[in-house]
Design a protein around this ligand. Sequence first.
Ligand code: F6P
Length: 320
Amino acid sequence: MQRIGVLTSGGDAPGMNAAIRAVVRKAVYHGIEVIGIKRGFAGFIEADMDPMHVGSVADIIHRGGTVLRTARSEEFTTRPGRASAFENVERFRLQGLVVIGGEGSFEGARMFHLEFGLPVVCIPGTIDNDIPGTENAIGFDTAVNNAVEAINKIRDTATSHERLFIVEVMGRNSGFIALEAGLAGGAESILIPELPFRVEDVCDRLMRGYRRGKLHSVIVVAEGAGSGIEIGREIKKITGFDTKVTVLGHLQRGGTPTAMDRVLGSRLGALAVELLMDGAKKLAVGVRHGRVGSWDLEECLQGKKLIDLQTYELAGILSI
Ligand code: F6P
């Protein structure tokens, strides 16, 4: 193997830079050239591609975002879009591709491999942590820590004013960020799309807490479970509590990656290069039972990743 490409795609995730750094340095270590593809599959189609060297990834391991930049490409979801990208595979003489991104990016890589045969290895990078085949994705740990930091701050003001705060966190259609941030932040209730809830029940629980002497509460809502603003409005109407809503939004996605995300990005990036060198065709790397490994890409995309019910129940028991 002489030359591979690397790209980041979909929403950026803190720790992607560590993964890019690992791909480039591991490849260079083995005498393989790396072409950095900018703006994900969009840059792949447009030949927005440049060679990367050891120095291209200097001083980036601590930075959030992705130095390769990223995009969500509609065009790559079409056959002609992917065919244009394949012209650039030939033009740049790529023999393998590392894709760092979420489920949509994995799916794009899968289609691309099936149609054109280019070996691909996908690295999970999404704050949502919703890729079925892996316990952890790069960026999740940082996003959870960002959310917890915000919840801590909100709790200070919630306590001082004896208020109810609703904190809406990201996660698209999944509740992984909400569950972990809610548990770590001591939230009174955690509302996630995977488990249906009634606002009336949330209010009953709140009232019970207040009757026992609670002076303030924090409820964490995953964006996929409903709008924090709407839920806050309903709760205020039912309980009459002074209710404030904070939507954390993209704050969760930015900032310096945690050590955990940097280590994960480094391990997965290096593993992706090793696998391409060993003749991988279409694999995804990830974490299972706490260990880094690789699995068939199709298998990693199957089904929907399930929330850990025991953790959810625990959060409920601990927050009474
Ligand atoms: O997939 C990551 C994510 O941050 C989701 O949690 C969120 O729903 C979405 O991306 C936001 O997308 P955008 O940055 O395009 O607004």
